[in-house]
Design a protein around this ligand. Structure first.
Ligand SMILES: C[S@@+](CC[C@H](N)C(=O)[O-])C[C@H]1O[C@@H](n2cnc3c(N)ncnc32)[C@H](O)[C@@H]1O
Length: 252
């Protein structure tokens, strides 16, 4: 699996197809999709996502009340965190992604679209590469979610520069870390499949490097919430992630 790089790809708006009122039909549609996020669609139907997303939701400490705020969810995939931000009152949520919405890799956009229809959500979507994020392409957002993405990027500092450019107030981030025995800022580079056997993983900083990079791109306050998240992904279901994660909040 390799990340694709496609520019200016158009994503068709998916407000057309009706959501089945019949739980059996909905269940059948859900069963045809490969899910990352477990999403409660109501009526006793929870999508069979392989990620431990509810536990991660507690970990990231998303503000309970997002009333009046705008939220950008980078690498949203099935959209669990986007829908949760909307549920918490965000006035506008934009979900963006590229690779997993193309259908050539781990998943598709079908889960996001089905969940949005079923939940009656107004979350907006845009196909865009992380490195193409800018105030011109997407605008700026009060709160930016950047969860599980940095280690997939070849250019970590440039990536954080782009992320900072679209963050007005607060960044909520979760990522893989490495080089934990090193006190100075250090970044591990994985030219092959060293991290979890997954060639789409490129690098992982240690916490001092993460802090220093965030400060370099303009965040003035950084709070590391947790330095380890051993049960992030059950290894028996997805052999791509190693259990060293940092969750943090950063403010402009
Ligand atoms: C490990 S998943 C994390 C999904 C979700 N944010 C979460 O925390 O559950 C990584 C996501 O980032 C997206 N992604 C990876 N590289 C990307 C890039 N260069 N541009 C846009 N999205 C990217 C993938 O398509 C995928 O949806």
């Amino acid at each position: 699996m390799f990340w694709t790089r496609k520019k200016n790809k158009k994503v068709t708006e998916d407000h057309g197809a009706a959501t089945p009122n019949d739980p059996q039909l909905l269940r059948a549609e859900v069963d045809q999709i490969k899910w990352w996020h477990p999403i409660d669609l109501g009526g006793g139907i929870v999508t069979p996502g392989i990620d431990v997303t509810p536990a991660r939701l507690a970990e990231i400490r998303m503000p309970d009340d997002l009333s009046g705020l705008t939220v950008l969810d980078i690498g949203a995939w099935d959209g669990f965190f986007s829908f949760e931000a909307e549920r918490r009152g965000a006035r506008r949520v934009l979900a963006v992604d590229s690779f997993c919405w193309d259908g050539g890799g781990w998943g598709t956009k079908k889960g996001f679209e089905l969940a949005r229809r079923t939940l009656g959500s107004r979350v907006e979507d845009k196909w865009i590469e992380v490195l193409d994020l800018s105030p011109d392409t997407v605008g700026v957002f009060d709160v930016v979610l950047f969860l599980g993405i940095l280690y997939h990027m070849k250019h970590p500092l440039l990536t954080l520069e782009r992320v900072a450019s679209v963050t007005k107030r607060q960044l909520i981030m979760q990522t893989q870390v490495d080089m934990l025995a090193v006190d100075r800022p250090a970044i591990a580079f994985y030219p092959g499949s060293e991290l979890g056997g997954d060639p789409t993983n490129w690098c992982a900083p240690n916490p001092p490097a993460l802090r220093a990079m965030l400060e370099t791109v303009g965040f003035r306050k950084i709070e590391i919430l947790s330095k380890s998240f051993p049960d992030h992904v059950p290894m028996e279901t997805l052999n791509t992630i190693r259990p060293n994660h940092v969750t943090l909040h950063a403010w402009k």
